[in-house]
Design a protein around this ligand. Structure first.
Ligand SMILES: Cc1cc2nc3c(=O)[nH]c(=O)nc-3n(C[C@H](O)[C@H](O)[C@H](O)COP(=O)(O)OP(=O)(O)OC[C@H]3O[C@@H](n4cnc5c(N)ncnc54)[C@H](O)[C@@H]3O)c2cc1C
Length: 395
């Protein structure tokens, strides 16, 4: 039985685990050895490559606004951070913005969120329906009362490219990627002494990080912790629009119904989250076309009249690591097992949060505190305290 030893063992090598590994390995004050344990280096079932890649500042909680501002700056200067030698990651941040639409019923919330976003440095603009029509003439404004548009630092990025860039850079900084599946934690005096692998053997650690995405609850269970993060299936549908129109500058648009859409490589992608009452835990990848036929298509045709003539091309499924308490990340150590850190529960916004969360965890592990963005209110401790951080803008 093998028994290696690392100062920090990160369980899961998706975008969160790999970002954490990169930021930790780049911390000048951190000198330890880092291992990332990943059970599937193809990332076939991971959430990261199945993401829509969206980046926005249009959130309802200050921390989420600031977290994504850091992401946008990071992506704009990605070559400075993630180049390996002379090789710069070929990842484009497409800064087309996010567009939130509201009817009269949603206008008050839209205005309140825009004020909060402004207060925390976002450039979110509040538009009347006429201003909206002037800017994006392809939108039907008949039933709208207003819209908000992020004129900077919002858009989308290639999720798989970002993951690979973090991973490659982390490896170049001597992070070891171990191929294996964690099936248990060895606890000694309420601390994680080692992680156990399905393939046999154990890896001794000083600190463990749970970055297992929508499977994080299983890892937490090995430490006797009930993590309120559940796997929730989401679909992305790809469609083609027969009629030509000027969609180049189209933002990622969120209809008042919750249906979202954006351009992608000459086609369009879209989706919608189900009602809470119709959103069971599940980890399968079976596709369901009913949401597209029953809700998305009619909504698209109503909102963008040229979308009446569209053709569904394909679809895929992926899973949110959904925090059922307040739809926000749980970051930092579990009080009952202080050397086990969590970074779970992103509820559909983990891709864009990966740079700030990786940096925050590297600070927590190195200094025992947040140094750049104070994420204390998002700490794991709120599960016990009940001081929840409800995010209302979940897409
Ligand atoms: C359809 C969809 C659309 C999305 N759109 C957006 C978006 O527009 N913007 C945005 O910011 N976010 C979006 N997200 C959310 C985002 O993709 C996730 O929050 C993010 O990718 C989570 O990254 P992760 O590294 O935590 O999880 P994952 O990418 O799932 O990585 C976890 C890794 O852990 C590994 N693992 C699990 N268990 C073990 C174990 N026991 N042992 C070893 N390895 C293990 C897995 O193999 C996996 O590779 C979307 C998600 C989905 C599903």
């Amino acid at each position: 039985m093998t028994s290696e030893s690392y100062d920090v063992v990160i369980i899961g090598g998706g975008v969160i685990g790999s970002s954490t590994a990169y930021f930790l390995a780049s911390q000048p004050d951190f000198q330890g050895r880092i291992a990332v344990i990943e059970k599937d280096s193809t990332y076939e079932t991971a959430a990261t490559p199945r993401s829509a890649g969206g980046v926005r500042q249009q959130f309802s909680t200050p921390e989420n606004v600031v977290i994504s501002q850091f992401a946008a700056q990071f992506y704009k200067s990605i070559g400075e951070h993630l180049s390996v030698g002379n090789e710069k990651p070929a990842i484009q941040f497409r800064e087309n913005g996010y567009l939130f639409l509201a009817t009269h019923a949603g206008l008050k919330t839209l205005v309140a969120n825009q004020r909060l976003q402004h207060e925390y440095g976002a450039t979110t603009e509040l538009w009347t329906p006429q201003e909206l029509e002037g800017r994006f003439p392809w939108i039907n404004i008949a039933d709208l009362a207003g819209a908000t548009f992020g004129s900077a630092n919002e858009g989308w990025i290639d999720p798989y490219g970002l993951l690979q860039a973090f991973r490659k850079k982390a490896r170049s900084l001597d992070v070891t990627y171990v191929s294996g599946e964690v099936v248990g934690l060895e606890l000694v005096n309420n601390r994680v002494a080692a992680v156990k692998l399905k393939e046999g053997g154990r890896i001794v650690c000083g600190t463990a990080v749970n970055a297992a995405g929508y499977r994080a609850r299983t890892i937490a269970g090995y430490a006797g912790i009930d993590l309120p993060v559940h796997p929730r299936k989401r679909f992305i549908y790809v469609f083609d629009c027969r009629e030509e129109f000027d969609s180049d500058g189209m933002p990622l648009t969120i209809d008042p119904s919750g249906v979202w859409f954006r351009p992608e490589s000459g086609n369009f992608i879209c989706g919608v989250s189900p009602e809470e009452t119709d959103d069971p835990d599940c980890t399968d990848f079976e596709l369901d076309y009913r949401p597209f036929e029953e809700l998305i298509w009619p909504t698209l045709a109503h909102r963008v009249p040229v979308f009446e003539a569209i053709k569904l091309i394909r679809a895929w499924a992926g899973h949110y690591d959904y925090n059922v308490l307040d739809q926000n990340v749980l970051i930092g150590p579990a009080p009952q097992v202080p050397n086990l850190h969590f970074a779970n529960g992103f509820s559909g916004h983990g891709l864009q949060q990966s740079p700030a969360i990786g940096r925050a965890l590297s600070e927590l592990i190195t200094y025992g505190e947040f140094r750049t963005i104070d994420l204390s209110r998002l700490s794991f401790a709120r599960v016990a305290s009940g001081a929840l951080m409800k995010e209302d803008n979940i897409v």
